[in-house]
Design a protein around this ligand. Sequence first.
Ligand code: ADE
Length: 230
Amino acid sequence: MRIDVVTIFPAFFDVLEVSLLGKARATGLLDVHVHDLRDFAHDRHRSVDDTPYGGGAGMVMKPEPWGEALDAVAAAAGAARPTFVFPSPAGERFVQRTAREFADLPHLVFGCGRYEGIDERVFSYAATLGDVRLVSLGDYVLNGGEVAAMAMIEAVGRLVPGVVGNPESLVEESHEDGLLEYPSYTKPATWRGYDVPEVLLSGHHGRVAEWRHEQQVARTRERRPDLLAE
Ligand code: ADE
């Protein structure tokens, strides 16, 4: 999978060199390219923002550098139509289903907005080059799209076959079956007076599976009743 990121803060993405995603990049499973939006701004100050039409607080990202940046990454992609993902608190909610959907795509382009956002025409133009998704991490506001893009890249990247060594660990985790994950324990069986639940020491696979499922349902009911309603 190819991933391009357009941002005014490329350094946010330095962490993509560590851990599982770093390894996936090194082995070529993930082909990640980070671009500085200012490289596509041609005035003396390499400016990427301006005051909003109609007035209001803050600055809006100018369309011209974005247009050039999107042209460049779309051309680099070759024949495959890219999917442009613009992190935005005004977007659709990013959930595990979205991560699975994105993990099947050949080319993702994350466009990280800052300030009050990106000139709306950029989304219309992007739609001529590929699919466009405005995606929110949750109902809160970050300073820009970078941290949201990082979270999405990790959630998507780990679903690309081969990135996570043991694919079974992707199945038994929170949100994969619409429930929160069951609690996990390791040795020692007693620690500071706390015992591991007896059933896990029983060696009885059927009872363990049943207990884990009960725990999933109980936790989900307590912490995320909205998931059960879905
Ligand atoms: N940019 C700013 N806030 C955001 C959020 N909650 N999700 C995605 N991108 C954002």
